[in-house]
Ligand binder design. Structure first.
Ligand SMILES: NC(=O)c1ccc[n+]([C@@H]2O[C@H](COP(=O)([O-])OP(=O)(O)OC[C@H]3O[C@@H](n4cnc5c(N)ncnc54)[C@H](O)[C@@H]3O)[C@@H](O)[C@H]2O)c1
Length: 327
């Protein structure tokens, strides 16, 4: 069995990966700075750490730490001696990366390079998995977008994520570090608190608030249920074919925001949908990503279509005690 150190493991995706790894019998070390990107006053979800880690807190070795602090990161890696490192820690929101570009650079790029710097000097890590994003492609010129699609990021987030990929490959070639790169997109599911569109829609719907579709709701995204993302990450991390490769890990189908809203409306018929034609022109035009490579090389097989994912997202919150409704 393996010991996996997950930077950013206390976050939304990291918590699902941790749970699955424990179910498989692996050991998990979470290295996380416990950062909030949005104002805590905007979150209506109560005790989200408890919800994410219900029943597994005591099985995880939590280490508080910032990837920008290389000396401390090194101490924790040497102390815990993981055989795999999953690197999720990063400022994860594109809009915020433009407003806080210095923080995006240090959080996304410097943090990744710091892990790679430690990996130069150790020989016990069998795989470093760098989590990138579909935002590295910029506007999709081909749909579904394959991994060798041109990389023309349109914001600081996509640019720094791509720079992290290049450094991962460079350290891999120069120092023989075994690595994999994963590009998720539009991950959704219970206990995300970063105010992504899926979260805003689901929470507003449950709390009886309207939702607004900007750009007419035509924006197309490859919405991926977080459990599929977690499964895909684990497939890549352990599969020998995953080494030295980059993979799109998504559901593999595009849905418009309007379609997302309409599925929600089948569950909550009095949901009010407002349509605004104005759109953010810097937002890359995206859609489905090709997952053929991951299917073929590492047996990735996403299981949750959007209709089922939304149902499961709503079910997790049906007990409205999870919300602080006084807000
Ligand atoms: N959620 C998505 O739709 C999506 C899509 C593509 C890529 N990603 C990437 O996946 C990763 C995880 O995203 P998420 O949705 O789980 O976000 P999240 O905010 O829930 O989790 C990120 C975690 O990283 C930690 N962290 C951030 N900076 C750190 C640092 N410098 N040192 C240590 N810990 C730090 C945070 O405390 C947080 O727990 C990110 O790299 C993100 O860019 C997410």
């Amino acid at each position: 069995m393996s010991k996996v150190l997950i930077t950013g493991g206390a976050g939304f995706i990291g918590s699902y990966v941790s749970r699955k790894l424990l179910e498989m019998g692996h050991e998990v070390v979470v290295y996380d700075a416990f950062v909030h990107y949005i104002s805590p006053l905007k979150s209506v979800l109560k005790d989200f750490f408890e919800l994410r880690f219900a029943g597994i807190v005591d099985q995880i070795d939590f280490r508080r730490g910032d990837t920008r602090d290389q000396a401390h990161l090194r101490r924790v890696i040497l102390d815990t001696r993981p055989d795999r490192i999953l690197h999720l820690a990063a400022l994860p929101i594109a809009d915020l990366s433009n407003r806080h570009s210095e923080e995006a650079l240090t959080s996304i790029l410097e943090g990744a390079v710091n892990v790679l710097e430690v990996l130069r000097d150790v020989d016990f890590v069998e795989r470093f998995v760098y989590i990138s994003s579909s935002m590295i492609y910029g506007d999709f010129e081909e749909i579904p977008a394959p991994e060798d699609h041109p990389k023309r990021p349109k914001d600081i987030y996509g640019g720094t994520k791509y720079a992290g990929e290049v450094m991962t490959e460079t350290y891999g070639r120069r120092y023989g570090i075994p690595y994999s790169i994963i590009r998720p997109s539009a991950v959704y599911g219970p206990y995300d608190i970063n105010r992504r569109v899926s979260q805003i829609f689901v929470e507003n719907a449950l709390l009886g608030k309207p939702i607004t579709l900007f750009g007419g709701g035509h924006q197309n995204l490859d919405f991926t249920f977080v459990e599929d993302t977690a499964r895909g990450i684990i497939q890549v991390m352990f599969h020998e074919n995953g080494e030295g490769q980059a993979f799109n890990i998504t559901y593999g189908r595009g849905y418009t925001l309007r379609e997302f809203a309409e599925i929600l409306q089948t569950h909550i018929p009095d949901l009010e949908i407002k349509i605004v034609e104005e759109e953010d022109v810097f937002r890359p035009k995206r859609g489905a990503l090709s997952i053929e490579k991951a299917k073929k090389l590492v047996d990735y097989n996403p299981q949750v279509p959007l209709e089922e994912g939304i149902q499961r997202y709503l079910d997790a919150y049906r007990n409205l005690e999870v919300f602080d409704r006084g807000r």
